[in-house]
Design a protein around this ligand. Structure first.
Ligand code: PLP
Length: 395
């Protein structure tokens, strides 16, 4: 997962370009920037890579999700269907719009179960937001079909799956808009940053405006801009964009390293009958940031995680008990704990409680163990890890 492992001369060079001009900002200063447009260049290169018409960088993945939902028309009182296994940011973005997060069950892909999503659609539903968790994808074609049949926006939270594809098509490009994060622990990092992609010109016009106080970005040097819509300041700085650009150019190397390392570990795990691997709808499109598997029950999953801890193996995650990633730990959402009154509260809407009834997701997550795949592992590191895997499973 972590692009920070490969921070090097390439990143330093891009940042130095920006420092040399002193134009640390993505807009304006057209002459002084000496031809360096780091955010714009990232956007062009990433859009090309994803075979999508538009990309816009912003200040974080959270800003990207907020923006993508807003430009999809999600507003006060609307319902957004999303999974209970994600990062809190997905839920925060829905609440920030005054909308109501509605959880649907996940399946063995660790992403939204389309059959359950279908059952959660009401006349208030405005969007479905699958989250491509832990480097792999949701059953995106089926989810798209549900959205198309019901007139709903499809917003993909692909923050954890940059570079992933389904049947050759980039994750994030299936619906109205797709979101990516370049935060410190993502596949590629900009320090902090995010990006929104879309194939729809009108949507894109709203995206870049929303991220910059509604400015239309028409003309040079910002002199003639109008602001046709209301927005925020979700601009990325050129310094962050410069790091992101260097990292983007390493993405293929990162993915191939992860895939190779994951394959080696997968072979080691497959010796054990108790281990069932996560379902990956298109294994070729997996970014291989994590190796996730199911144990027979909660106890064996917890024992496995404890076993790795005892062996001093880092990067083993039990998301079921993790307070950033699973709904059972999100009491603050259930109690609407916020410094200000939330719109949903004012609307008299109830939020899905932290003890929301999601028995299928709970059963799956209680059995799920994920191992982070690193880039910097040497052959010796991999061999040692395989030995420890065999120790933990009692071989
Ligand atoms: C990281 C992440 C985000 C938010 O990204 P930031 O850049 O940290 O704001 C949103 N959704 C998911 C699924 C994430 O993993």
């Amino acid at each position: 997962m972590p692009g920070f492992e490969v921070f090097g001369d390439e990143e330093r060079k891009e940042v130095q370009d920006v420092l040399d001009t002193g134009v640390l900002f993505r807009y304006g200063f057209d002459q002084a920037r000496n031809g360096h447009w780091k955010a714009r260049t990232f956007e062009e290169e990433f859009a090309k890579r994803c075979k999508v018409r538009y990309c816009h960088m912003c200040s974080s993945g959270t800003a990207a999700v907020h923006t993508a939902l807003a430009v999809s028309g999600v507003g006060a009182g609307d319902e957004v269907i999303l999974p209970p296994f994600t990062f809190v940011a997905s839920v925060e973005a829905v609440l920030a719009l005054g909308a109501v997060p509605v959880y649907a069950e996940i399946d063995e892909t660790l992403c939204l179960d389309p059959d359950n999503v279908r059952r959660q659609v009401t006349e208030k539903t405005r969007a479905v937001m699958p989250v491509h968790m832990c480097g792999s994808m949701a059953r995106i074609e089926e989810l798209k079909e549900i959205c198309d049949n019901n007139g709903l926006a499809l917003v993909e939270d692909a923050c954890q799956s940059i570079g992933g594809t389904f049947k050759g098509k980039s994750l994030g490009t299936f619906g109205t808009a797709g979101c990516f994060s370049l935060d410190p622990v993502k596949t590629i990092t900009a320090g902090e940053g995010g990006a929104v992609v879309s194939d729809h010109e009108k949507v894109y016009e709203s995206i870049h405006r929303f991220c910059d106080h509604g400015h239309d970005h028409i003309g040079n040097d910002r002199g003639t801009e109008a602001h046709p819509i209301i927005g925020f300041n979700y601009r990325i700085s050129e310094l962050n964009a410069a790091v992101g650009l260097a990292q983007l150019r390493k993405l293929d190397m990162i993915l191939s390293t992860q895939r190779r390392n994951k394959e080696v570990l997968k072979r080691a795990f497959s010796q054990f009958d108790d281990v069932i691997f996560r379902t990956i709808p298109d294994p070729q499109g997996d970014t291989a940031t994590f190796l996730c598997f199911f144990m027979p029950d909660e106890k064996s999953a917890r024992d496995t995680v404890d076993g790795f801890k005892k062996e001093g193996v880092p990067g083993v995650f039990y998301w079921y008990a993790n307070n950033w990633h699973y709904h059972l730990q999100w009491e603050h959402f259930a109690s609407l704990s916020s410094p200000s009154r939330l719109a949903v509260e004012a609307l008299g809407r109830e939020l899905p409680h932290a003890s929301a009834n999601l028995p299928v997701s709970d059963r799956i997550m209680a059995r799920t163990v994920c191992m982070l795949i690193n880039l910097s592992w040497t052959e010796d590191d991999l061999e040692e890890r395989i030995r420890k895997i065999e120790t933990v499973f009692g071989k």
